[in-house]
Design a protein around this ligand. Structure first.
Ligand code: SF4
Length: 368
């Protein structure tokens, strides 16, 4: 996991902050976490090595941003514009920003933000029902391309059905609290949130149990090292596109149409002529071939650059459907990088590409 901490330190805001891990860790070194200051890594996204290459390379990982503070903290208002500018300069990276201060999101927003940068996911934290009902209505009305929710440390059962049903949430993550004074997290709460995600076909991730985990009628004390392992063992993560051969295309295409970048791609006369000449079966074979050779391997040297911007209808379809590199496949389709694609995943990607091409042909025909 790539991390960029442009500033450090924070102020406690709501019940979830009670045993904040930043405070816990800093106290071990006698450091005052309430002092907010820029870090030596402030310029990390634009820092280059002697060969002129960015030090922070796109290797398919999301860049988790501001993990020892809150990106929208008042104390950082004067620094945020510069941080946004660095994010804007690196469209090849995808930045994930976790916040409890979603109401402060508009402060210092760049002039060209528009409907949101496509390379940014904002993750709104809701530790209990009260915070969910305060933060999520605000969150859903902000101009953001990619939204996720995190319920951590989960302090009770949380109902977010109305927010999930908007179709604007890409993923929900749940987890308990770690540390010596951790509060209890119940497995039933986690399962309740999972059910809501399944009902709304939203991706779900159980990240960690926390240190005090209640399952069945037993309270377990779980060592820090095992909290993520135990969550993984529960095997309850849910990904709509991973559990079914083919996802809900309407939902996917609706999401894609909300992206300015994705929706600017279309098939011109040259590509249409090519499809007419070769036929859809041949184009499909090309798509299968491109996916197998350029996307399926676990390690791809030029990942992020393997799909040309023109030259074949399939390339255009890949950019339009976010099936152009492993980073986009992860962000938009929940297919993780760093391992080979399964045959089922390859089939799914080809299906998405061909669906987009079919829709382009259909819309051209309907204009005639
Ligand atoms: S907002 Fe996050 S970083 Fe800040 S005090 Fe609360 S838990 Fe800690």
């Amino acid at each position: 996991m790539a991390i960029w901490n442009p500033w450090h330190g924070c102020r406690k805001l709501s019940p979830g902050c009670q045993n904040c891990y930043v405070y816990r860790r800093d106290s071990q070194f006698g450091k005052d976490s309430s002092v907010v200051s820029k870090t030596a890594n402030f310029y990390l996204p634009i820092r280059k090595n002697r060969s002129g290459e960015y030090k922070l390379q796109n290797n398919g990982e999301v860049v988790y941003t501001c993990m020892t503070s809150d990106f929208f903290l008042e104390e950082a208002d004067d620094w945020r514009a510069e941080a946004w500018e660095m994010i804007r300069k690196r469209p090849d990276l995808h930045f994930a920003i976790i916040t409890k201060r979603i109401a402060r999101f508009p402060v210092s927003l760049p002039d060209d933000w528009g409907d949101g940068y496509d390379n940014v996911t904002i993750i709104c934290t809701c530790e209990n029902q009260e915070q969910a009902d305060i933060r999520l209505p605000v969150f859903l009305n902000l101009p953001i391309q990619h939204r996720e929710i995190i319920e951590e440390p989960m302090l009770g059962e949380i109902h977010i059905e109305p927010y999930l049903s908007t179709g604007k949430i890409e993923q929900v993550t749940c987890g308990g609290e770690s540390g010596e004074h951790a509060r209890v997290c119940k497995f039933d709460w986690i399962l309740q949130t999972r059910k809501q995600c399944v009902d709304s076909r939203v991706k779900f991730h159980f990240k960690q149990t926390g240190a005090r985990f209640y399952k069945g009628d037993r309270l377990y004390s779980i060592d820090r090292k095992l909290q993520m392992v135990q969550a993984k063992k529960a095997g309850i993560d849910y990904a709509p596109s991973g559990q079914e051969n083919f996802p809900d295309m309407e939902r996917l295409f609706e999401k894609l149409s909300g992206s300015k970048f994705r929706s600017r791609f279309y098939l011109g006369k040259q590509e249409m002529d090519y499809i007419r000449k070769k036929g859809m079966d041949t184009v499909r074979q090309h798509a299968e071939d491109f996916v197998r050779k350029r996307l399926a391997p676990a390690l791809i040297d030029n990942d992020g650059r393997q799909t040309p911007m023109r030259g074949h209808p399939v390339f255009l379809a890949q950019h339009a459907t976010a099936t152009c590199c492993r980073g986009c496949l992860f962000k938009w389709h929940g297919i993780p990088p760093g391992r080979a694609l399964t045959l089922q995943e390859q089939e799914y990607i080809v299906c998405v590409i061909m669906e987009w091409i079919a829709r382009q042909i259909h819309s051209e025909n309907s204009l005639k």
